[in-house]
Design a protein around this ligand. Structure first.
Ligand code: BG6
Length: 481
């Protein structure tokens, strides 16, 4: 059951992803009930699913067979009789498709409905199933630690922790999943993956889009809650975690939680030494003149909301003591790109020093999007040259498709959920620790008005202070494009 079946997420991501799974033969016995407030007939709904698939993928092979598995139920989320109708429909469909009582409830809705829906699902008997029941829940999971706890308590009245699948769509990205493999399947990386050989790690997730029509949500969120608490912190955890004993969900999650437990908690006056906030002004992005954030629809014209965050995260454990993890994310930046740069320490003595040119440090770049792959920056003598060392790059490119936030991520996550694999979903403990970390920052930023907003021009890589954050440690941001 997809709650919010007429919404943007369902139309742009979920239906195309389900179609791909169907095409690959991974959906055998299945049916989808689309649930939303709008009155629609099942036929109208099926047509909208068809349109969404054709628009997203340009494909329609077996599409009529695919959409014949879709049903629609107009629904009032606060009304028990709506849930009764839904329950009856679900029962009929269960019998028709022999679904053995297995149910997935996907909440692709505004977050204020998450708790009430979960509670109704239980009180109105939809969770009384003979098979499995799973709840897939979109972000944001709360607004801060307190509200996340309230939400979690509501959900947990109807579902156990192991039945809750909290989506972080970055964990569906091919190269985010690859971080563990690169680290733990290569003898040449893992021995060096610590503070003896790594000087710093930089994670950049830049966007060219502005806030678009999401001003109302974004004003209460900002880049910190929208991107840092979830996606950026998840990438930090995957880069920093210890090798799990086994590749099981519990073992991997508990290693990630240990990273969160080792985060240096920055508070009060120190926040502005470790974190930089920014808000975009007008400017040129990909040759288009765009307005400032404060002129966007539904945005306060004196807004104090950050559209950019850069920060230095310290992990105070044996492996990482002294190694900064720099993160940077924002809207209306130069380019759409997510990259991780691991910068290794300089060698003890440089035999190839030339006054005009220093030896380049070794870098391992993990390209998350739009390209997918890794590049290793080494120094070597070029053929025919003198003994001087020059930078050479070894690259591996995934033949991934070159599109942003493609349905692939959702496709993998939906499939994981159907198989009951929760590894790439966030456990409550991860959510709680990352909110606790981020709350310290938002508390300070909300109390103090940023006098310099807007402080970066659209089409740039953020405010000057983000560069200074690294400069004062003797580093600089490696270019991402
Ligand atoms: C979402 C945020 O979680 O991630 C959006 O709410 C952001 O504001 C998006 O644009 C970025 O995702 P991707 O996959 O395009 O990097």
């Amino acid at each position: 059951m997809i709650f919010g079946a007429t919404g943007d997420l369902a139309v742009r991501k979920l239906f195309p992803s389900l179609y791909r799974l169907f095409q690959k033969g991974k959906l055998d016995k299945f049916a989808v009930i689309g649930v939303a407030r709008r009155p629609l007939t099942t036929e109208e709904f099926q047509n909208s699913v068809k349109d969404s698939v054709i628009t997203a993928l340009g494909k329609k092979e077996k599409i009529d067979e695919f959409i014949s598995h879709f049903y629609y139920q107009s629904h009032d989320v606060a009304d028990s009789s709506s849930y009764q109708n839904l329950k009856n429909l679900a029962q009929q469909i269960d019998d028709k498709y022999e679904l053995e009582g297995n149910r997935i409830f996907y909440l692709a809705m505004a977050p204020e409905f998450f708790g009430p829906i979960a509670l109704h699902l239980k009180s109105d008997g939809l969770t009384d199933v003979t098979g499995y029941k799973r709840l897939v829940i979109e972000k944001p999971f709360g607004h801060d630690l307190e509200s996340a706890k309230v939400l979690n308590n509501q959900i947990r009245k109807a579902f156990s922790e192991s039945e809750v699948y909290r989506i972080d769509h970055y964990l569906g990205k091919e190269m985010v999943r690859n971080i563990e493999v690169i680290r733990f399947a290569n003898a040449i990386f893992e021995p060096l993956w610590n503070n003896r050989y790594i000087s710093n790690i930089q994670i950049t997730s830049s966007e060219t889009l502005g806030v678009e029509e999401r001003g109302r949500y974004y004003e209460t969120s900002g880049a910190l809650r929208d991107m840092v608490q979830n996606h950026m912190m998840q990438m930090v955890a995957l880069l920093a975690m210890e090798p799990p004993i086994k590749l099981t969900t519990d073992e991997i999650r508990s290693e990630k939680v240990r990273v969160f437990r080792s985060l240096r908690m920055i508070k009060g006056d120190k926040i502005n030494k470790y974190f930089v906030r920014g808000q975009y002004g007008a400017g040129l992005v990909e040759d288009q003149q765009v307005p400032e954030y404060r002129a966007e629809p539904m945005v306060d014209n004196e807004s104090n909301t950050e559209t950019f965050v850069a920060g230095k995260i310290m992990i105070d454990n044996f492996r990482w003591a002294g190694v900064p993890f720099y993160i940077r994310t924002g809207k209306r930046m130069t380019t759409k790109s997510t990259k991780i740069v691991v910068q290794f320490k300089d060698i003890p003595m440089n035999l190839y020093y030339q006054p005009e040119k220093l030896l380049n440090p070794n870098l391992l770049v993990i390209h998350i999007q739009p390209e997918e792959g890794i590049t290793l920056h080494l120094n070597a003598k070029k053929a025919g040259g003198h003994l001087n060392a020059q930078e050479v790059k070894l690259s591996f490119a995934n033949t991934g498709i070159h599109a942003m936030n493609t349905p692939e991520g959702y496709e993998k996550l939906l499939y994981d959920c159907m198989r009951g694999d929760a590894t790439n979903f966030t456990h409550w403990d991860e959510v709680a620790y990352s909110w606790a970390f981020v709350d310290n920052i938002s508390e300070v930023w909300e109390k103090t008005k940023a006098e310099d907003y807007p402080n970066y021009e659209s089409g740039t890589m953020g405010p000057k202070a983000a560069d200074e954050l690294l400069e004062k440690d003797g580093f600089f941001w490696w270019p991402v494009n």
